[in-house]
Design a protein around this ligand. Structure first.
Ligand SMILES: *Cc1c(COP(=O)(O)O)cnc(C)c1O
Length: 223
C-alpha cells in the first residue's frame, strides 16, 4: 500500500465535514508513522493495550480514538489522553469513564454505540436501550463526560441496500435523540459510521466520521 497516496485519495473523496479516522489496529508504529509523516494525525485503535503502547511511542500531537469494545477495568489506562471513545454501550461504562476523567481533570468525549447490524457478534445498544440510557437521572450528574453523538457498524454483506438501510436507521435515530435530549447542545453532532467497504454509502447517509483501516494500510494479518 502507498499510504500517503491512499490517504490523499480518500480525503479528496470525502466532503469537508466528514472526519477521517485512520484505523491503525494491528499495524506497527513504523507503518503508522508513514501516515503521520504525510500529515495525518487522527488514528483509531480497537484494543486498549495496543492503543496505550502506540500512544507512548508516537508523537504527542496525535488524536487517538478508541473504536473497539471497552471494559470498565481498562478505562483508567486511556482516560489521560483519549480524544474520543466511539464504543460506549452502557450507563455503567459511562459512569466509570466519568470517574476516571475526573481523576485526570478532563472531560472525555464519547459516542454511544448502537447495534444496527443483523449479525449477533456486534456490540451496541438497541434503540430502546439507547433511550433508556439517555433518560437515566444519573446521566445529569456526570460532569466529566460529554456525549457527542452515535456510532454504528453495518452488517458485513455485499447487499448495499441493506447496508444503506442500516445507516439510514442510525441517522434517523440520531435525529430523534438530538431533538429529544440534546436540542440545545451543539456538541451532539457526530455520526460515526462507515468503514473501508461501506464508507461511501455511509457518507451519502449522513456520516460525519468514517473509520477506515484496510483502504489506507492494506490488509491486516491477525496473529
Ligand atoms: C477495524 C475497524 C474498522 C476499520 O475496518 P476496515 O474494514 O479495515 O476499514 C472500523 N471500525 C471498527 C469498529 C473496527 O473495529
Amino acid at each position: 500500500m502507498n499510504i500517503p497516496e491512499q490517504l490523499k485519495k480518500i480525503k479528496n473523496e470525502l466532503p469537508q465535514h466528514v472526519k477521517l479516522i485512520a484505523v491503525s489496529k494491528t499495524h506497527p508504529v513504523s507503518v503508522i508513522m508513514e501516515a503521520y509523516n504525510a500529515g495525518h494525525k487522527v488514528f483509531g485503535e480497537n484494543r486498549v493495550q495496543e492503543l496505550v503502547s502506540k500512544y507512548d511511542e508516537m508523537p504527542k500531537d496525535i488524536e487517538w480514538h478508541l473504536i473497539g469494545h471497552l471494559q470498565t477495568n481498562k478505562v483508567k489506562y486511556i482516560a489521560p489522553f483519549v480524544s474520543l471513545i466511539h464504543s460506549v454501550d452502557s450507563l455503567k461504562l459511562l459512569s466509570v469513564i466519568d470517574k476516571e476523567a475526573q481523576k485526570c481533570n478532563r472531560v472525555i468525549d464519547c459516542l454511544l454505540q448502537v447495534y444496527i447490524a443483523s449479525e449477533e457478534t456486534k456490540f451496541g445498544l438497541s434503540a430502546d436501550e439507547l433511550h433508556e440510557l439517555l433518560q437515566s437521572p444519573e446521566l445529569g450528574l456526570m460532569k466529566n463526560i460529554r456525549i457527542c453523538g452515535l456510532m454504528g457498524m453495518a452488517t458485513f454483506t455485499d447487499n448495499k441496500e441493506q447496508v444503506r438501510m442500516e445507516f439510514r436507521f442510525l441517522k434517523n435515530l440520531f435525529h430523534d435523540v438530538k431533538l429529544k435530549y440534546f436540542k440545545e447542545q451543539s456538541s451532539f453532532k457526530e455520526l460515526s459510521m462507515g468503514m473501508s467497504s461501506d464508507y461511501r454509502i455511509a457518507v451519502e447517509e449522513g456520516s460525519t466520521m468514517v473509520r477506515i483501516g484496510s483502504n489506507i494500510f492494506g490488509h491486516r494479518s491477525y496473529t
